[in-house]
Design a protein around this ligand. Structure first.
Ligand code: SF4
Length: 339
């Protein structure tokens, strides 16, 4: 577990070798619709100017409501989807400028564990083949070396070698997710995006898989970019948290700070929506999030949270607050919350 800072200014990350991956003003826009009878195409701003540094061996959690751009950001960071603009640097190398060959070579260092282990594993392949595939495609070694590595990977995720002969449907959900993790780790990456990787699992299995991820992080010196909507998991597992709303980061801080004293109204409201174990506190007077999430095709002017914010004032409707550093944290709000 390591502490870390976000640097809204550009140009400093490349010199810092403790930073594994950084983005500068990263955007991903999609054009939708258009045509003879549909009028001009419209633009969906799925990611809209994300600047972020992820440091070696930390777990950085990205939270936000469904549709806020979390998954898109994870995929664009790995260039599984191409960004519209901005830069992504991995250990100082600009991924956005890399051709197919060099990107393919680097890809083994940058991996992803998906949410649904069943959908992400080929049902017609035995587990051994599923694990051998990424090794072969990166020229790992002889067939015997690949077999040994597959066995080693299974042991690493707490499964016996007998499973190499099984098909995914013969495994439980937790075991399948362990295979998803083993496959991601096959080529010894150091940066892993976990995209809602424990969300589909029962709570008890979820805890086991989180413990496994934590042990593997220590053992293999991994850095995690952990995408989730589950704040209880974030609190237990993450070193730092980024809160995303409509394609932008609105707050970044350490897990401890963020849970103890959220600065952005959206962070505070997300946290207050988590059910409380003490029923006496359920009726407490708390400000509420208003209305629905605006469409990413028709973003509000000014602060894009203002249509839902109980603290909005006139300036919020016209001026975008931008992400500012405040006491070592980063927040995009004209009126950050106080104690
Ligand atoms: Fe609310 Fe204004 Fe802050 Fe936006 S800038 S979060 S509308 S107080």
């Amino acid at each position: 577990m390591t502490g870390s800072v976000l640097q809204p200014e550009t140009g400093t990350a490349a010199q810092d070798d403790r930073i594994v991956l950084s983005t500068r003003d990263l955007t991903k826009h999609y054009r939708v619709g258009g045509g003879m009878f549909a009028g001009p195409p419209r633009v969906v701003r799925a990611i809209d100017g994300v600047t972020l540094d992820i440091r070696a061996r930390e777990t950085f959690a990205l939270v936000g409501e469904s549709g806020c751009g979390k998954t898109t950001l994870g995929r664009v960071m790995l260039r599984l989807q191409e960004p519209t603009s901005g830069t992504i640097r991995y250990r100082g190398t600009d991924l956005t400028g890399l051709g197919e060959g060099p990107m393919r070579a680097l890809r083994k260092n940058l991996q992803i564990v998906f949410q649904d282990p069943f959908a992400s594993l080929n049902p017609r392949m035995r587990i051994g083949e599923i694990l051998a595939e990424p090794l072969r495609s990166h020229g790992y070694g002889t067939p015997a070396e690949i077999r040994d590595r597959c066995t080693e990977l299974l042991e690493m995720v707490g499964l016996r070698r007998q499973y190499l002969r099984n098909y995914p449907h013969q495994l439980s959900g937790g075991q399948r997710q362990r295979i998803g993790i083993a496959r991601a780790l096959a080529n010894k990456p150091d940066f892993v995006v976990c995209d809602e990787s424990v969300s589909a699992l029962d709570v008890s299995i979820q805890a086991q898989v989180l413990n496994l991820l934590s042990d593997l992080q220590d053992q293999l010196k991994l850095t995690y970019f952990f995408i989730t909507h589950d704040l209880a998991v974030v609190r237990q597992f993450a070193d730092r948290v980024g809160v995303m709303f409509l394609g932008r980061l609105v707050e970044v801080g350490t897990t401890e700070e963020l849970f103890a004293r959220p600065l952005h109204p959206y962070t505070m409201l997300l946290m207050s929506a988590v059910p409380r174990p003490d029923p006496r506190k359920r009726g407490e007077d708390r400000p509420m999030m208003r209305g629905e999430i605006p469409s990413p095709m028709n973003l509000p002017k000014g602060c894009r949270f203002h249509t839902r914010c109980p603290f909005a004032r006139d300036i919020c409707r016209v001026e975008d607050p931008g992400l500012q550093t405040l006491g070592g944290r980063a927040v995009a709000c004209h009126f950050p919350l106080e104690d």
